[in-house]
Design a protein around this ligand. Structure first.
Ligand SMILES: [Zn+2]
Length: 474
């Protein structure tokens, strides 16, 4: 019972981006003997397609085809795709050895003819092979192994005992008659011809290894004389170079050089294809990054667009106002803190200077512009003041209390008496003004005239709550 292996075939690549091994099963041959497996591989064509990395999603063509024995979980062979050993047919793929569909069709037509052609020319082939061997019989025998010698001797009915040495076998073979040589030679070479030259397609002929195993002279003769369909002739030339010795004549030397050049070019092509692989993966990574960044940019732009659409001018102003209010609140807190640090006695008098100038020269009579308006003045507790045009509601300005709030609400304009009003009340008045959009003015004096002037000035320079930047008096 022959040993069986369970062969599975995989496409494999290593992801350039995340170094992940990507492996996809292409075929499960089931359990086969090694010989059956060998034959099965030769019969199959597979479509090569890009493999997707499960880690990062990049897609790239596989680099190797790997045969695995599933029973032992052991690798049986590993071949690089798109090389002389495993060419790829057609398509836009990053491989070094790619055959066009036409080339492949021609190659396959040649292969299909190979067996028939050999059968047709077999007799003739063996005849000339034998006569070549007979010409230098002792030397030809030197290239035969003990097994080959013994197979030949058995075929002519002169088997040698197996314990006999190869040299003794050879001695026997030397004494063969001409008619025996013919049978002997064919039997001794059956394996070389049937299991090597006929079994493998010419592009897989491993003439270099065969030369080592069967002898260079013999393999060279077969290579030069093996019946090949015209479509496959080019392989004869390609497989010739490794068999040619240096200094074997100018013509041979030329063949050897051409073969070496061809080999060099093939290696170069493989190197380039490796570079192409790397570059393609790099490009894929960069493209992925780029598209992610593009997406992010689109998202941001869409968000900005949405914000722009959602924000009406009123909402924008409101937001700005909220920010201003927050600032005012902060300043107020800070002022409160600083104020609490001052000695009690100073607190009432110590009031900050208001940067805004009180007086605007050559103003018209305040009463004209303030006609019908209510002014809330912070810094002095007095009875309400009134004349025919304007009214002043007074508040002590020590702190911002419910009374201050009420008066501020009632008033059309707020005036802070900077030398008398507390920091707290001043900031609160400012906040109130920012909140409501009511103008706020600042007076250094404490009398009704000062208040009215400051109120009028406030109206003239009132900053609309939502405007930014310097505002000039009208
Ligand atoms: Zn990956």
């Amino acid at each position: 019972m022959p040993v069986k292996i369970h062969v599975q075939l995989f496409f494999e690549r290593t992801c350039q981006k995340c170094r992940q091994l990507v492996r996809v099963m292409v075929h499960d041959y089931g359990e086969l003997t090694p010989e059956e497996a060998d034959r099965a591989f030769g019969l199959h064509d597979f479509t090569v397609y890009p493999l997707r990395c499960p880690e990062c999603g990049t897609e790239e063509f596989p680099m190797h085809i790997v045969g695995v024995d599933a029973l032992k979980n052991a690798e049986i062979f590993r071949t690089r795709i798109g090389t002389a050993d495993l060419p790829v047919v057609g398509g836009d793929t990053p491989y070094a050895v790619v055959r066009s569909l036409e080339e492949m069709a021609e190659y396959e037509r040649g292969l299909a003819k190979l067996a028939d052609l050999f059968k047709e020319k077999e007799t003739e082939f063996w005849k000339s092979f034998t006569s070549w061997a007979a010409e230098d019989w002792p030397n030809r025998l030197k290239e035969l192994s003990k097994i080959e010698l013994s197979l030949g001797l058995s075929a002519v009915g002169k088997p040698a005992p197996p314990e006999m040495s190869a040299a003794a076998h050879r001695q026997h073979a030397l004494k063969l008659r001409d008619d025996e040589i013919c049978v002997f030679w064919r039997a001794a070479n059956r394996h070389l011809i049937e299991k090597e030259f006929l079994f493998d397609p010419p592009d897989f002929w491993n003439t270099e290894a065969w030369a080592r195993e069967y002898g260079r002279e013999r393999v060279l003769w077969v290579l030069l004389n093996f019946p090949l369909p015209e479509k496959l002739e080019r392989w004869r030339t390609e497989k010739l170079a490794p068999l040619i010795k240096k200094k074997s004549g100018a013509l041979w030397e030329r063949v050897r050089q051409l073969g070496q050049a061809l080999d060099k070019q093939r290696r170069r092509a493989e190197e380039l294809s490796r570079t192409v692989f790397d570059l393609r993966q790099e490009i894929a990574c960069l493209q992925e990054k780029l598209s992610a960044e593009r997406e992010e940019r689109h998202k941001l732009l869409a968000e900005v667009g949405k914000l722009r659409q959602a924000e009406t001018p009123a909402e924008r102003d409101r937001a700005k106002l909220d920010r201003y209010k927050a600032l005012v609140k902060e300043l107020q807190e800070e002022t409160k803190r600083l104020y609490s640090l001052l000695p009690e006695t100073v607190s009432k008098e110590s009031v900050t200077e208001e940067p805004q100038t009180e007086a605007v020269t050559e103003l018209p009579d305040p009463r004209e512009t303030l006609s019908g308006k209510i002014v809330a003045a912070f810094g002095f507790a007095r009875e309400p003041w009134r004349d025919s045009d304007a009214q002043i509601l007074w508040h002590h300005g020590d702190k911002w209390d419910a009374e201050a709030e009420r008066l501020a609400k009632e008033a059309d304009v707020l005036v802070v008496l900077t030398r008398f009003c507390s920091h707290e009340a001043m900031w609160a008045a400012k906040e109130f003004a920012a909140d409501t959009g009511k103008p706020v003015g600042f007076a250094r004096g404490g009398g009704a005239e000062s208040v009215l002037l400051a109120a009028q000035n406030a109206f003239r320079t009132a900053i609309p709550p939502c405007r930014t930047g310097p505002v000039r008096p009208a």
